[in-house]
Design a binder for this molecule. Structure first.
Ligand code: NDP
Length: 257
């Protein structure tokens, strides 16, 4: 087991990619706090159509401990409480995965300024807040790790004027944070997923989904497990000398742009 008895927080862990990360961590022996707005998993129109059980139940079936902490990561008090409760419940914190994210489709003339604030509030400000609040606890760990889930859209336009800039900012924030906290032996890296089969894709048309598959070099879309395995690697001892990096896990999507 690569993460035996490590204590992790996965934001947005009730559904999609976050659920995939939490379950791969549990497979590797970690205890996981699921920090999400609601416990029931999202069911998508195209993907994840039949997911029903809460992530914590699946974690417990794998023989490790899970806890659900109802939290809006855009709210400083709520994320501070979630981190504190995790530390009190498990006795520390080793790994933070900032995965919770939202996408509001539309260009500059469609989305409102409030929409822009919401996307940036979760996808960038929320990532900053939980990173800031977790670092004092990660300093106490011998294995401190931060993993930020960005996007292939960090590297190009086309996902709207809030989502893509917020993800690009996360990629650069990883570099800045790495310089700051390397002295404590904490690593911080980003994973940039391509198209992963989750409910976040519900806004797309079937034709747009076909186009996305054509642009993916490998002949399938990604699954939450694919991102989960990359996170296991970054959280493991094998990645102890990797920090400030952004790793594309996209089936070759970005190779064509
Ligand atoms: P999903 O919409 O399937 O799941 C996101 C989860 O995050 C949901 O459980 C959601 O809760 C939760 N969440 C959203 N906002 C908040 C919040 N403010 N506080 C706490 N929890 C919240 O998305 P994915 O799993 O697909 O996406 C996960 C991450 O991966 C996101 O950051 C996304 O941008 C990124 N990503 C996804 C890609 C993909 O193709 N799927 C590609 C590239 C990046 P609720 O059910 O209540 O909404």
């Amino acid at each position: 087991m690569l993460l035996k008895n490590r204590v992790c927080i996965v934001t947005g862990g009730s559904s999609g990619i976050g659920r995939g990360i939490a379950l791969e961590f549990a497979h590797e022996g970690a205890h996981v706090a699921i920090v999400d707005k609601r416990e029931s998993p999202l069911r998508g129109k195209y993907h994840e159509t039949d997911v029903t059980t809460p992530t914590v139940s699946e974690i417990e079936k794998l023989g490790t401990q899970g806890i659900f902490l109802q939290t809006d990561v855009a709210d400083k008090t709520q994320i501070a409480n979630a981190i504190q409760q995790t530390v009190e419940h498990f006795g520390g914190l080793d790994i933070l995965v900032n995965n919770a994210g939202i996408h509001i489709p539309g260009g500059s003339q469609e989305i409102s300024i409030a929409d822009w604030d919401s996307v940036v509030g979760v996808n960038l400000r929320g990532v900053f807040m939980s990173t800031k609040l977790a670092i004092p606890h990660l300093k106490q760990s011998k294995f401190g790790r931060i993993i930020q889930i960005a996007s292939v859209h960090a590297y190009g336009g086309g996902a709207g004027p809030a989502y893509a800039p917020a993800k690009a900012a996360v990629v650069n924030m990883v570099r800045d944070t790495a310089l700051e906290i390397g002295q404590y032996g904490i690593t911080v890296n980003a994973i940039c997923p391509g198209y992963i089969e989750t409910a976040i894709q519900d806004y797309l048309t079937p034709e747009q989904i076909d186009e996305a598959l054509e642009k993916t070099a490998l002949p399938r879309f990604g699954l939450p497990r694919d991102i989960g395995r990359a996170c296991v690697f970054l959280a493991s001892d094998d990645a102890e000398w990797i920090t400030g990096a952004s790793i594309l896990v996209d089936g070759g999507f970005a190779a064509g742009i």
